[in-house]
Design a protein around this ligand. Sequence first.
Ligand SMILES: O=c1ccn([C@@H]2O[C@@H]3COP(=O)(O)O[C@H]3[C@H]2O)c(=O)[nH]1
Ligand SMILES: [Zn+2]
Ligand SMILES: [Zn+2]
Length: 244
Amino acid sequence: MLGTGSAFAKSFDNNNALLTVGERRLMIDCGITAPKTLFQLGYTFGDIDALLLTHIHADHIGGVEEFAFQMKFVYGRKPILYIADTLIEPLWEHSLKGGLQQNPGDTLADYFDVKPLSEGVTHELLPGLRAELLLTRHIPNKASYSLLLNDTFFYSGDMVFDLELLESLVNERGINVIFHDCQLHPPGVVHACLPQLLTLPAHIQRLTYLMHYGDDQPDFVGRTGLMKFVEPHTTYELDELTAK
Ligand SMILES: O=c1ccn([C@@H]2O[C@@H]3COP(=O)(O)O[C@H]3[C@H]2O)c(=O)[nH]1
Ligand SMILES: [Zn+2]
Ligand SMILES: [Zn+2]
């Protein structure tokens, strides 16, 4: 995990991840803090093969302009951009065009090898890494996607509490690890909040790890039921997590 903080956290970096599969690396979201976090952890943008974006908020896309410029002008190649088909136009028109457009007609494709993802369809992102996007509720009229990885691991984009979805993932789809965004203080208007997540049945809590939390997270250690916190700047072995 590059970071595990909420959008407003200052002691935790933005909730972004770097997945390594064999020799290939996929970054999940690239927020404001991602360029500096990568540097602090000893990576460069040149180490990244592909970027996947869950939704358009700065803690998830605020570092994309630098990523795009560095890949073009420092590393001289187009990384893969995996993104929901519905987000391509708003990402460019509403977020990136102001900084990245240099010539009339420039598009995302001038910086990225854009691979549109359709919701509900499994795509192979890297050899050995399959992902399905799920449109999950975050902010009304604003698309945000969560990820099902290799049919075993659920990684929430920002989303509200959705008991029905989590139950169906675990009970019907065989998901055995959940990384879930967690707002520590209620009410959970645009994120699941801790009191809501604490109502999950025990067998789901045991599979659940909390991320995207605020600066007072240390006050909540030991107060998360059967759920654990995802730690920042920490590497998790998916095979080990999902084998438990
Ligand atoms: O209707 C809204 C819209 C936004 N917000 C805050 O802005 C943040 C944007 O990033 P985020 O999605 O990680 O978290 C969001 C919330 O903290 C909110 O509380 N209510
Ligand atoms: Zn966020
Ligand atoms: Zn968000």
